[in-house]
Write a protein that binds this ligand. Structure first.
Ligand code: ADP
Ligand code: GLC
Length: 485
């Protein structure tokens, strides 16, 4: 197998900076692709959390002035990744959330910050660093969406380009007056370029101009071509359907392995599951839940937003209570939803346990100690928490949308009779359907032998990156071949 070189461009990467699943994907795909003969370098912004973590960084490229200040590209192998880091203190030297300032609003210069990321991605793609010339530049989400655009409108070497949409609801739109400042030529502002309803659209530009578009599940790839889920981009996505594909995410099976997970008080695997009960006990204690091994504990690890259907879950709590179940929730997000859960924890003391915030080790304990994981999303491009749940033996109870529909097999009566099914899948994402799904889960839980078999099948599901990485490798190679032809 000949080696193949890909530059991945993204605005977050685990374990340095993470606001969602994007960071997990950007970190986990490179080692999986290495096994397919694909070498990945990853370009990320030099936020303080990234710069501080770098090991033996060397400067490989410099800019005298990159959108308002000097900048350089550092190269370092850190945390198993080949990183290029855009060290531009005037743009990225700010701690905390990568997109939002201390006032809770988007940084006012986000247009320039992520134009810089796209521009540098394009420059590296064109061979700005001696001895480095990737075959493909792979841009993730709107923050990297201008990389394919700069390659399209620029001169010189032009590697293949791939745009991956992790979430179509974040599109990166900015006033057209910024076109010159971000470095795009006037003719880029056109319907087949970066123009989007009178604005500059970063994701739109990437979708319009990349050679290939992927998204993170086959069902989402189909959904986003519809008016209902296309968020204004459905027309363009239908037009480009011949280069659009859905490749499911996996999870990092080293970070997420219940047999070796150092964040867990008690480790276990599919054959020896007894320690799940000890984790459940620890979780109940941690969240102030009644320490009852027989209570069915539903878990949530999520951003608390409309996308995730968290308002529906608040409304479903009386029903969950009526069935004697408990809820363990870890998340943060919309203030109103946060308050709703905090109030519920007070109203249902010992039955609803809530931790508002972000906590990596509690997220692992939730997967290991809950009996079922609720993901009632209204839309979900892929979703990673249900994959972790499968691996850890928490039965996923999910809405039938996007990647949730593609990764969980509904344990309906026929499935159970045929010895299949790995979770509970419901539709639509409404209070009634969620309520019915909770009732079905309670009924399954009552038959412990059946539940154990269900859990065994869930834990046997292949949620690794092996298959998806093979598909990406195939896509990259086919793209390169088509460009050579
Ligand atoms: P999204 O990217 O839409 O938020 P995903 O399911 O793809 O959803 O990814 C979410 C990731 O963030 C998972 O790795 C999940 O474990 C993690 N996560 C979400 N909320 C929290 C939290 N409050 N604390 C710790 N990890 C969290
Ligand atoms: C986005 C989506 C989520 C997906 C993640 C990683 O944040 O909301 O469904 O799993 O990206 O691709």
């Amino acid at each position: 197998m000949s080696t193949f070189s890909v530059l991945s461009v993204a605005s977050e990467v685990f374990p340095f900076v993470k606001t969602g699943g994007l960071a997990d994907v950007v970190a986990a795909l490179p080692p999986a692709l290495a096994r397919e003969g694909v070498t990945v370098h990853t370009l990320v912004p030099g936020y303080p959390a990234v710069i501080d973590a770098l090991i033996d960084a060397t400067t490989v490229h410099r800019y005298a002035d990159l959108h308002g200040g000097p900048a350089r590209v550092l190269s370092s192998r850190t945390a198993g990744l080949e990183l290029f880091v855009l060290d531009a203190p005037h743009l990225f030297g700010r701690p905390g959330n990568p997109y939002i300032g201390p006032d809770g609003k988007d940084w006012p210069d986000n247009a320039l910050r992520f134009a810089a990321l796209g521009l540098v991605g394009a420059d590296l793609g064109r061979g700005a660093v001696a001895g480095y010339s990737p075959d493909v530049v792979h841009a993730h989400d709107w923050q990297a969406g201008l990389a394919p655009a700069f390659l399209h409108y620029g001169e010189g070497r032009r590697p293949g380009t791939v745009m991956t949409v992790h979430n179509l609801s974040f599109q990166g739109q900015f006033p057209k007056t910024l076109l010159g400042a971000i470095g795009l030529p006037p003719h880029a502002f056109s319907v087949d370029g970066a123009e989007y309803y009178g604005m500059i659209g970063y994701l739109k530009a990437g979708i319009a101009l990349a050679d290939r578009i992927t998204t993170v599940s086959p069902t989402y790839a189909a959904e986003i071509r519809s008016l209902e889920h296309g968020m204004g981009m459905d027309g363009l996505l239908r037009e480009r359907a011949n280069v659009l594909s859905g490749i499911l995410n996996g999870i990092d099976d080293v970070t997420w392995n219940p047999a070796t997970d150092t964040l867990l008080p008690f480790r276990f695997d599919a054959r020896r599951r007894k320690a799940r009960a000890a984790n459940k006990d620890a979780l109940q204690a941690r969240l102030g839940l009644a320490q009852d091994p027989d209570a069915l504990v539903f878990g949530v690890v999520s951003r608390l937003t409309w996308q995730k259907g968290m308002d529906l879950l608040i409304d479903a709590l009386p029903l969950l209570q009526a069935h004697g179940a408990q809820l363990a929730l870890l998340g943060s997000g919309d203030a109103k939803i946060e308050q709703g859960f905090v109030a519920a924890a007070q109203a249902y003391r010992g039955r609803v346990g809530v931790e508002i915030g972000y906590d990596e080790s509690l997220a692992h304990l939730m997967q290991a100690g809950t009996d079922a994981l609720l993901v009632p999303s209204r839309f979900e491009p892929c979703g990673l928490t249900q994959l972790c749940a499968l691996r850890y033996g928490a039965i996923p109870v999910v809405a039938r949308v996007g990647g949730l529909a593609d990764t969980v097999i509904d344990a309906n009566e026929m499935a159970l009779a045929a010895n299949t099914g790995t979770g509970v899948v419901f539709a639509p994402a409404s209070l009634d359907a969620l309520g019915a799904a909770i009732e079905r889960t309670v009924a399954l839980w009552r038959d412990r032998a059946l539940w154990r078999r269900l859990q065994g099948r869930a834990m046997a599901t292949d949620v690794s990156w092996a298959r998806p990485a093979a598909r990406f490798a195939e896509l990259y190679r086919a793209l390169a071949t088509s460009r050579d032809a």
